[in-house]
Design a protein around this ligand. Structure first.
Ligand SMILES: Nc1ncnc2c1ncn2[C@@H]1O[C@H](COP(=O)(O)OP(=O)(O)OP(=O)(O)O)[C@@H](O)[C@H]1O
Ligand SMILES: [Mg+2]
Length: 364
């Protein structure tokens, strides 16, 4: 809202075609029944009126509000400076909006979403409205949701690790034995029986392909190279496997000084590259993709760009796109680490950009 809108409100909104007394009745009913706590102060920041929702939220009566300074009553010493600053700004004619905390009469702290609105009449500041919405429950729900999402993430990591280990320890070992037995069988087949020889040979090839696939699936579920050598070892391995499977040419550039980062960061980067490469293969039609991973003193910067479909495929505007699990999962991982995620595309290709603050735990 700008100054002009503030002026509109004070003269004709919302009951422009009613006479003054009907307008006042409407306005009183609106403020009186609003679930949002509303207080009005004059241009000297003195109490004018408040609605029942304000009395319910802060537990002060009109009488108490008349005789005491509002900031002193509901901000308390801890939040006094911030409250004074907000009041100053609204009295200067700025509209303010923030999420903060205030104190009830019984001392309990509540999370509030607060709007401070200057009331301008005939170009002069006549007073201010303070609107407070109790968001304590909403914040609690958000915190609980984040905790559950963290737990799910840990469980998922644990489950992936278990499946990877099981694949490696059982199926993969059995396939090794199968390969070994087929090699022995091959040695027993006589030169004369060509058809049988060919069959054994083909079966050996299928078994060794299965073995390689299982091994690669197990590594992708829980990349052991990431733990051992960090991104400088795990990313080239991921890229090489992707190139072989897809036929797409990948350029990988990494800063020479790339060190180790705490597990969360390395896994996040690895998974973003993995999902972005899968998206390039599934959606882009591009024959090449370029990955750059750099770090400076403060940031870790990752970009993955493809060149879109060669023959002017469909324009990929990501602005209004509904994303699947892939993009929202990447964004969530990165934002959880205090970073930023973006995806942007045109006919000329799609670019995924990630920045993560370095201070999220560099060890080494
Ligand atoms: N590199 C790309 N080139 C073209 N389109 C892309 C690219 N990456 C993503 N998209 C578009 O963005 C959409 C969302 O991607 P996202 O990874 O979230 O979902 P998905 O790949 O369709 O399914 P999944 O949830 O299994 O990953 C895709 O369906 C695709 O239309
Ligand atoms: Mg995807």
């Amino acid at each position: 809202m700008n100054d002009h809108e503030v002026y509109e409100i004070s003269t004709s909104f919302p009951f422009g075609r009613m006479d003054a007394s009907t307008s006042a009745t409407y306005l009183r009913a609106l403020i009186g029944n609003s679930p949002i706590a509303i207080i009005a102060l004059d241009a000297q920041h003195r109490y004018t009126m408040c609605n029942p929702a304000f009395e319910r939220l802060f537990q002060y009566t009109s009488k108490e509000l008349f005789s005491e300074d509002l900031d002193y009553l509901i901000a308390g010493p801890e939040m006094m400076e911030e409250a004074r600053d907000l009041s100053r700004r609204v009295l200067q004619g700025d509209k303010v909006h923030t999420v903060t905390q205030r104190r009830r009469r019984d001392g309990m702290i509540v999370d509030v979403e607060l709007y401070g609105i200057p009331l301008v009449v005939d170009g002069e500041l006549a007073g201010v409205y303070g609107l407070y919405q109790d968001v304590t429950e909403r914040n609690k729900a958000q915190t609980a949701f984040r905790a559950i999402s963290d737990q799910m993430d840990n469980l998922q990591q644990e489950e992936r690790r278990r499946i990877a280990r099981d694949l490696h320890d059982s199926t993969s070992q059995e396939l090794t034995v199968l390969n070994w037995n087929l090699a022995r069988l091959n040695a027993l087949v006589t030169d004369k029986d060509e058809a049988l020889q060919r069959l054994v040979q083909e079966t050996r090839e299928i078994a060794s392909q299965c073995s390689a696939r299982i091994r690669s699936a197990s590594y992708l579920l829980h990349p052991p190279l990431l733990g051992e050598g960090g991104l400088t070892r795990a990313l080239p391995w991921l890229v090489e496997g992707f190139e072989q499977r897809s036929g797409i040419q990948v350029g990988l550039e990494m800063s020479a000084n790339l060190g180790r980062f705490r597990d969360g960061v390395e896994i996040a980067i690895f998974r973003v590259v993995q999902e972005s490469l899968t998206n390039v293969l599934r959606h882009s039609g591009s024959a090449v993709v370029q990955i750059a991973l750099r770090c400076d003193e403060d940031w870790l910067l990752l970009s993955i760009s493809d060149e879109g479909a060669e023959q002017g495929g469909p324009a990929v505007s990501h602005e209004k796109r509904m994303y699947g699990v892939g993009v929202s999962g990447m964004r969530e991982r990165v934002e959880k680490l205090g970073g930023c995620f973006s995806i942007d595309g045109t006919k000329g290709g799609t670019t995924v950009m990630v920045t993560i603050p370095r201070n999220m735990g560099v060890h080494g």
